[in-house]
Ligand binder design. Structure first.
Ligand code: MG
Length: 256
């Protein structure tokens, strides 16, 4: 192509792109309210942000109670900034009830863990539990580092409902993190479901559940169903298997 032709082509292209510029006022699509509130983040993801309700800061179980004996102290052990499951005293739950929230919780499978399948470091985070016998909606905690089980029961599954998108388990003995975003179900006044629950689960920075819709409450046998409830505690599982008890630390929640 001759130089004059190249110049002509370039001029025509410039004219064409000018003609394609959108017309109108860009400010028409700029939104200025409501202004998102300022929240000071922690120095690391381990530190609770400024508006969090701290559920466990390593000192005591003041924010928790026994599930089997509501109003009685949670019987798990606290030492060295860590709480450890006591299988003899059963599940524990928050004294406070919640609806929608963002939850941060760290957990550790003991380095000397034994067992296999579901009997290897089994615990769980029950996102809304209304008392003894109600497992609410369980995000499974389990050692799935070189340990296989049914995939809708592995680490980060919505137990028996939703397979996680990945296996992000660290080795036993290393601390692991769940960041969970929970949208509670809503119910009509006659008890029927108005809107389903949704959950997002990030495990060690890896997305496992992406705004997953829940089919109902967790059940061990049968199919999940919804049963009307309001704000509810967060419950942690003392599973009855024989493997060594797991530990938790640094638990906080931001109500949404
Ligand atoms: Mg469990």
């Amino acid at each position: 192509m001759k130089r004059t032709s190249l110049l002509f082509a370039a001029t025509m292209m410039a004219a064409a792109s000018y003609a394609q510029q959108p017309q109108g006022d860009p400010k028409a699509t700029e939104v200025y309210s409501p202004v998102p509130k300022v929240v000071t983040p922690g120095n690391s993801t381990a530190d609770a942000p400024s508006d969090a309700v701290v559920l466990f800061d390593g000192k005591n179980l003041d924010q928790w109670e026994s599930v089997n004996k509501p109003g009685s102290p949670a019987g798990w052990k606290v030492a060295d900034g860590v709480m450890t499951v006591d299988k003899t005293t059963g599940n524990i739950q928050t004294k406070k009830s919640f609806t929608d929230y963002q939850l941060h919780i760290e957990w550790k499978i003991p380095e000397n863990i034994t067992g296999s399948g579901q009997a290897r470091g089994n615990s769980g985070v029950f996102l809304a539990s209304t008392g003894p016998g109600d497992d609410g909606y369980e995000i499974q905690v389990l050692d799935c580092y070189n340990n296989s089980t049914y995939v809708n029961g592995q680490t980060g599954s919505i137990y028996k409902q939703s397979i996680p998108l990945a296996n992000a388990c660290k080795k036993p003995g290393e601390w692991q993190v769940y960041d969970i975003i929970w949208t509670a179900p809503r119910f009509n006044s006659d008890g029927t479901l108005k809107s389903a629950a949704y959950v997002t689960v990030i495990h060690n920075g890896v997305l496992l559940q992406n705004h997953t819709e829940l089919k109902g409450k967790t059940v061990y046998i049968g199919t999940p169903q919804y049963k009307a409830h309001g704000p509810a505690p967060i419950k942690l599982q003392a599973h009855g298997d024989k493997s060594e008890p797991i530990s938790f630390r640094n638990i906080w929640v931001r109500e949404l």
